[in-house]
Ligand binder design. Structure first.
Ligand code: PLP
Length: 397
């Protein structure tokens, strides 16, 4: 038998072994992890809705009215009024003509990309795109051209020499860097080269743009500019599930073709009702975005003053680039000893030599919470000199 134990041992020796923390109780900044009370700065629950009473109430009432199980796939008899209502509300929210509800963002990317590209087609994909996009590209069996992160002249050159159906796919907000794709240039290039543009805005929805309508809306780009936008309910919306939005005709095409939509059991309808309640809060409670924005600015200026190397991010994702795997783990452990949970992100999630601490901020962090985090970074930068070491750049030149 293959030496699995040896492979795991090798991972441990390289500092790349991954383990899961056991959380008990609700997801919120103050949580219990492995039995210890911690203050967490690593969740994607950016607006602090995951444990909101209105969502808990919507699930509870929904369960009483529509039961628990999804029972069947959407094309058999699982397509419930609750899912349908959520699709209509998402289409209205994003100002787009149609929406399709998926079970997770991972499935949405796999399904949409593999339905819209196939053998003989070419997909152009940013090198820092999320794993689910990479897997969607592989599943499609199309030719895949990866372009350097955000490099529009490289993409333009690739597009110019390619025939057949073309698809360009990118994260809206990059999940491990927090920066935003050059969406306007992408839209222009795609129009000029007759390529279909797909933006996965898992981290933009809820925070960016008017009423949290995402990175595409924040630039005033329409369905003509960016035909397909994908989002997840699992992050800022605080629930579960995902969606694709775009022209009604394309959504219908996905119903026919997207295998991850067709061959899976519909999500419990009560969860779709919770997402409807969440969508309402996201639009009404602007204070969450305002507070989050203030936290981001304060964090960035304090960390810059301390000499840490931040990345060009204006989003709640604020990575601190360290470079070396072991240094990153060391800093993460030092923070943990002070009751602060900040995840170390290592290869293969990020490129070799680009290990980082991925700090994420939430609307439910208080000013005092942020102060605690900054104090811990201040103490550690003095004790180890980590902050003054120049990290290796992630962006290839
Ligand atoms: C988290 C994430 C996904 C997956 O969404 P889930 O609903 O968690 O499966 C897809 N794309 C990006 C960019 C993500 O960060």
């Amino acid at each position: 038998m293959r030496d699995f134990a040896g492979e795991i041992e090798a991972r441990k020796n390289a500092g790349l072994y991954r383990l899961r923390r056991l959380v008990s109780g609700p997801q919120q900044p103050r949580l219990t992890a492995d039995g210890e009370p911690m203050l967490a700065f690593c969740s994607n629950d950016y607006l602090g809705l995951a444990n909101h009473p209105a969502l808990v109430g919507a699930v509870r009432q929904g369960m009483v009215e529509v039961g628990v199980g999804g029972a069947a796939s959407h094309l058999i008899c699982g397509h419930h009024e609750a899912h349908h209502r959520l699709e209509a509300e998402i289409a209205r929210f994003t100002r787009r003509s149609g929406a399709l509800f998926f079970s997770t963002g991972y499935m949405a990317n796999m399904g949409v990309i593999s339905a819209l590209a196939g053998k003989g087609d070419t997909i152009f994909s940013d090198e820092l795109n999320h794993a689910s996009i990479i897997d969607g590209c592989r599943l499609s069996r199309a030719r895949v051209c990866t372009y350097p992160h955000g490099d529009m002249s490289a993409l333009e050159r690739q597009l110019a020499v390619t025939g057949g159906h073309k698809l360009v796919v990118t994260d809206g907000v990059f999940s491990m860097d927090g920066d935003v794709a050059p969406l306007r240039q992408l839209a222009d290039l795609c129009r000029a080269h007759d390529a279909l543009l797909i933006v996965d805005d898992a981290h933009g929805f809820g925070f960016m743009g008017p009423d949290g309508r995402g990175s595409v809306a924040s630039l005033g780009l329409t369905e003509e500019d960016v035909p397909v936008v994908i989002g997840t309910f699992g992050k800022a919306f605080g629930t579960s599930g995902a969606f694709a939005t775009g022209p009604a005709l394309l959504m219908d095409y996905l119903v026919q073709q997207a295998r991850t939509y067709i061959y899976t059991t519909a999500m419990p309808p009560a969860l779709a009702l919770a997402s409807c309640a969440s969508l309402d809060l996201v639009q009404k409670e602007q204070w969450r975005r305002d507070h989050l924005e203030r936290l981001i600015l304060r964090f960035r200026s304090a960390m810059t003053r301390l000499g840490y190397e931040l990345m060009p991010s204006e989003t709640p994702i604020q990575p601190i680039l360290i470079g070396d795997v072991r240094d990153t783990l060391k800093l993460s452990a030092a923070l943990e000893a002070r009751g602060l949970l900040v995840t170390a992100i290592r290869p293969p999630t990020v490129p070799e030599g680009a290990s980082r601490l991925r700090v994420t901020l939430s609307a439910t962090h208080t000013d005092a919470d942020l102060e605690r985090l900054i104090d811990a970074f201040a103490a550690h930068s003095l004790s180890s000199g980590l902050a003054s070491r120049r990290p290796i750049s992630v962006v290839s030149d």
